[in-house]
Design a protein around this ligand. Structure first.
Ligand SMILES: Cc1cc2nc3c(=O)[nH]c(=O)nc-3n(C[C@H](O)[C@H](O)[C@H](O)COP(=O)(O)OP(=O)(O)OC[C@H]3O[C@@H](n4cnc5c(N)ncnc54)[C@H](O)[C@@H]3O)c2cc1C
Length: 413
């Protein structure tokens, strides 16, 4: 007997419409897949600066993925290229400097405001009839049968598809419902973020200043014009132990301004915050498995890492590029989109890359958190050695661009 309500039958259901979930919906939708993406938050609230004032360092590989998802053209004029990365350690002057002209003359990446990426994704979703965004709606549970999975929404709908993808973030319920354990810990650190205006241009420089309590990062943003005056902007990610962060969040505006000016290199001129401060607790979480029967986890639902290298979303976008390639291939071949072979292939292709990046970010944070003089000295010597050994330096730079381990299909010269 035909199902009474075919409108709730999809090829893919995505639980979670954050940056990863919506990007995946766009990638699949542009390839004629019928997708339903469900998010518990009101989309109009999520494009507000007061919801997420963060920026994301988009790697060169992620830019390719966002192009394929049909959103890059909307974002390119607001994406600020990074042409120079300066690394500082404690009280030392610049220890290591990466220039994009040393590696293929391409930008290391671009800084984009999260709210703008969200808006572009929402615009693209709007253009495709085969992409449904149900929001604000929550998924309360799901059940897996031999031939399909069913997801139950907070407004009593039953969504059906051969495959459910959990893109519901680091506290993923999808992961919990599948009884998939995670390995992880808290760093007992928080990242304070805000946007600042400064007197002088940033010259497209990104700064990562490592301190024992956590890194202080300055990321270049596009200029804004207000009343005919150019406002030079950068984004700040200021990591501190949780108690230190609590104090900084409570500082009055003058104390905070003084704190910023003490940490910014002199060439920026006077610096002041132009958006409210927000604070994010930092931790590591890695799911023991990315897959289950008719279910796959992507992005932070599978792996959440320290933002020290600005790679969390970049790694999530690699997950969705891989899984969407596999799904589109199976769709064209008329195969079952939720088949275990497809899911195993996805897990095989993504686990090692994510594990390596999580280990690298964890080690970096621990290494730069050590104050003991012998360790600090070894760290400085190590950085100096990298800066003098061209192949090592180039490997670092390519990794920063996201050009290592990228899908060949994404590299369009
Ligand atoms: C300070 C900071 C700076 C960062 N900087 C960078 C950077 O420069 N570069 C980079 O690559 N990464 C960066 N990251 C990491 C990046 O922000 C995250 O990896 C990314 O936002 C995770 O996206 P996501 O879509 O996986 O998860 P989320 O953004 O958490 O989205 C999950 C979504 O799922 C929804 N949801 C949850 N449960 C349900 C349910 N039951 N039903 C329906 N919906 C549900 C939620 O409403 C949410 O919208 C940074 C992180 C931090 C904290």
């Amino acid at each position: 007997m035909p199902d009474k309500d075919m409108k709730d039958h999809y090829d893919i259901i995505i639980i979670g419409g954050g940056l990863a979930g919506m990007s995946l919906a766009c990638l699949l939708g542009r390839n004629d897949i019928k997708v339903c993406c469900v998010d518990s938050l009101d989309p109009q609230k999520t494009i507000n600066e007061t919801f997420d004032g963060r920026t994301t360092a988009i790697s060169w590989a992620s830019q390719k993925i966002l192009s394929k998802a049909g959103v890059w053209d909307q974002l390119s004029s607001q994406a600020c290229p990074i042409n120079d990365i300066q690394i500082l350690d404690g009280d030392s002057p610049v220890l290591l400097e990466f220039f994009s002209h040393e590696v293929d003359d391409r930008a290391f990446g671009w800084i984009l405001e999260n709210r703008l990426i969200r808006q572009a994704l929402l615009n693209t979703i709007d253009q495709y009839e085969n992409i449904t965004l149900l929001a604000p709606t929550r998924i309360d549970d799901f059940v897996v049968y031999d031939d399909r999975a069913e997801a139950y929404t907070s407004d009593n709908r039953v969504l059906k598809a051969p495959l459910i993808i959990g893109a519901d973030g680091k506290n993923s319920k999808t992961r919990e419902w599948m009884d998939i354990p995670v390995r992880g810990w808290s760093y007992n650190q928080n990242a304070l973020i805000c946007t600042v205006a400064h007197e002088n241009p940033h010259n497209n420089i990104a700064i990562e200043h490592f301190n024992p309590e956590g890194p202080f990062a300055v990321l270049p943003m596009t200029d804004e014009t207000q009343n005919g005056k150019t406002i030079y902007r950068s984004s700040v990610v200021w990591t501190d132990h949780s108690n230190g962060n609590k104090s900084m969040m409570a500082w009055d505006d003058d104390t905070f301004k003084a704190g910023l000016n003490a940490r910014f290199p002199a060439f920026y001129g006077e610096v002041k915050a132009i958006t409210p401060r927000m604070s994010y607790p930092l931790g590591l979480k890695h799911a023991y498995s990315y897959i289950g029967p008719r279910m796959a986890l992507v992005a932070e639902a599978a792996h959440a890492m320290h933002p020290i290298a600005g790679q969390g979303l970049n790694m999530g976008l690699r997950d969705i590029a891989v899984i969407s390639d596999l799904i589109v291939g199976a769709h064209h071949a008329g195969d079952d989109l939720g088949h275990q072979d497809l899911l195993k292939k996805y897990q095989r292709k993504r686990r090692a890359d994510n594990t390596a990046m999580m280990a690298a970010t964890d080690t970096l944070n621990k290494l730069f958190g050590v104050k003991m003089p012998p360790v600090a000295m070894a760290r400085k010597l190590g950085i100096k050695a990298i800066s003098r050994f061209k192949p090592a330096k180039q490997l670092f730079m390519r990794q920063a661009m996201g050009a290592v381990g990228v899908l060949p299909s994404l590299i369009e010269k």
